[in-house]
Design a protein around this ligand. Sequence first.
Ligand code: MRU
Length: 385
Amino acid sequence: MASDENESGMGPEEVATFLATDTVAIDDETNELVIIDQTRLPNDLVIERLRTREEAWRAIKRLEVRGAPAIGVSAAIAFYLDARAALAGEATGEKGLPLAATTSWDALSRRMDETHAYLDSSRPTAVNLSWALRRMHDLALSRHEAGDDPAAVVEALREEAHAIRDEDVRTCRAIGENGLELVHDGDGLITHCNAGRLATVRYGTATAPMYVGQERGYTFHVTCDETRPLLQGARLTAFELMASDIDAQVECDGMSSSLMRTGAVQAAFVGCDRVAANGDVANKIGTSMLALACARHHVPLYVCAPTSTIDMSCPTGADIPIEQRAAEEVTQMWYTKRMAPAGVGVYNPAFDVTDADLVTAIVTERGVARPPYGDSLARIMAERG
Ligand code: MRU
């Protein structure tokens, strides 16, 4: 493996701080959503503290916090913080003007409707975002119906935001345990984008079997697709694996078939932004190309996803909304000069759909689903309730 040691990167102390810091947290003392700014990695560890729904929306949109589960947890916390601020008379409205305290249920309810729709508009593909907002909002409505006053509703929202965050840690850990049956000591693995600890609170989804395996003494050799155009594989996955002493190398996205031809890859592990009821999966653009290469080279493709990513209301992948992003991400970002002619048309979907028949198994916190997915996913979701 060639290596590039020209850049110094982060020092050992910063790496240790990174490993000790959850990707998304809530600070109850200061009423802030606390995230690692992922746009600054792997060069700088920057912890961001967000107070308003506008700051949270922007952080999700700009991918400062990203990855389906991390987006969901962030949105849940932002929803609570906004309700708290509204009740305390600390929220702002249009043009940043302060709003009167929403002490009545009607005023709080209107604010929650608005905040729900607003946060939900930040990114369309990862279903965890709308799942988390729905769960928070439903809880508020049911507590009001049960007779709670606005202050008690807001306190229940605080507890629910914590619960969603804590569940994410347990869920990813369980995905790691369940995925362990699919790997062996010494395996060469490949992954796409970042479905690692940075995409969740801790552990990640696709990386969870790697981290749990490492705890049991397994070694892995992990290839990270760099993942054009935003380079989450190179910037984030390679960084977090190396920080955890897991052997990692980076390749350009188009190289995976060539690598598989050498026999160096025993399995592919990817994350997912939405699983349709038939087992089609939407994940970072390029995943379906990786899946096609896996099929050609008889490498199993495992999709790791919490059940909050499974959307039984979406019959197939064709029903999943795919985010389109700015042309500049392809033509200019990361370069000192533009790398495509000015005015050129750009196709820049952030996600693609991998057909269910290319997916060997879907690893959830409730077990490993195998084809036919119509049956296995329905069973897992029914058990979950
Ligand atoms: O655009 P991103 O960086 O949010 O895309 C993220 C992915 O595609 C991840 O693979 C996915 O969210 C799985 S997260 C465990």
